[in-house]
Design a protein around this ligand. Structure first.
Ligand SMILES: Nc1ncnc2c1ncn2[C@@H]1O[C@H](COP(=O)(O)OP(=O)(O)OP(=O)(O)O)[C@@H](O)[C@H]1O
Ligand SMILES: [Mg+2]
Length: 239
């Protein structure tokens, strides 16, 4: 794929004796606007995301954003260039309202003025009625949506989400899915996810990691037919 927005090439990372990410190449581009990363616990999913966004340094391999080598670019600078990520645990700011999150952080993170209207963002993320409440008083799904919305307010080129549906019930998962569908195509989206129904529902492409390696990559129907994927989950235990 020559039109990749974000591309990791032959990335590797070890922690002591553990090879957490082992020679992984991945391209996020318009042919698969929503790419999900699945795999058993400890497969290296979060580590791969951390390598792509610059939270940790790779032992080997490279990362390119729109063709530009950013392997040695710090996370903060990558964020300013349009590489946004959320964390496995929520990252909202206590004491700030949703409106304040959206107004203040786009400028702080990317040094840009608001590119989308606040009202529009609040509506997309189902936060209009909570616009002026303290973020810590919102329920779990609203906090998650606020976290994603805050990153979207920076108009990123790439949005990476680490387990956005963790701890949610079916109705809440459906809400996250509908927001992802609305964002699809406006930026490259990469999602680490355990909920397989959600994954099959929203993915253009699924990448399966096991023990630090890509063991399969394809459309939802291709992955469903791939025996290696089921085997990896059976061997390592489904979360
Ligand atoms: N900072 C760290 N220090 C030491 N070992 C780490 C560190 N981060 C990850 N690891 C190890 O690297 C491997 C991959 O971890 P990672 O968190 O990337 O997996 P994951 O696929 O995100 O798992 P999960 O589904 O549980 O979130 C695991 O063996 C983990 O224990
Ligand atoms: Mg993880």
């Amino acid at each position: 794929m020559t039109s990749a927005v974000l591309a990791g090439s032959a990335l590797s990372k070890h922690f002591g004796g553990v090879l957490a990410v082992d020679n992984v190449s991945i391209e996020l581009g318009p042919d698969a606007p929503v790419t999900t990363i699945i795999g058993p616990n400890g497969a290296g999913k979060t580590t791969l995301l951390n390598l792509l966004c610059g939270a940790i340094k790779a032992d080997g391999g490279s990362v390119r954003l729109e063709g530009q080598d950013i392997t040695r670019t710090h996370m903060r600078q990558r964020m300013a260039m349009g590489v946004a990520r959320t964390f496995q645990h929520t990252g909202i700011f206590r004491g700030l309202t949703p409106t304040e999150h959206l107004v203040l952080l786009a400028n702080r993170i990317r040094g840009i003025q608001q590119l989308r209207s606040i009202a529009d963002l609040l509506e997309t993320f189902h936060l209009s009625v909570h616009a002026n409440e303290a973020a810590e008083d919102l329920n779990h799904v609203s906090q998650r949506l606020l976290e994603i919305g805050t990153m979207v307010s920076t108009a990123p080129k790439v949005l990476m989400l680490d387990e956005p549906t963790a701890g949610m019930d079916l109705a809440e998962i459906a809400q996250i899915a509908s927001v992802i569908r609305q964002l699809r195509g406006t930026m490259q989206i990469m999602i680490i996810e355990h909920d397989i129904d959600f994954v099959l529902n929203i993915s253009d492409r699924i990448v399966v990691l096991d023990q630090g390696r890509v063991i399969a990559s394809g459309t939802p129907s291709e992955i469903q037919r791939d025996g290696r994927v089921a085997a990896a989950y059976m061997r390592r235990g489904h979360p």
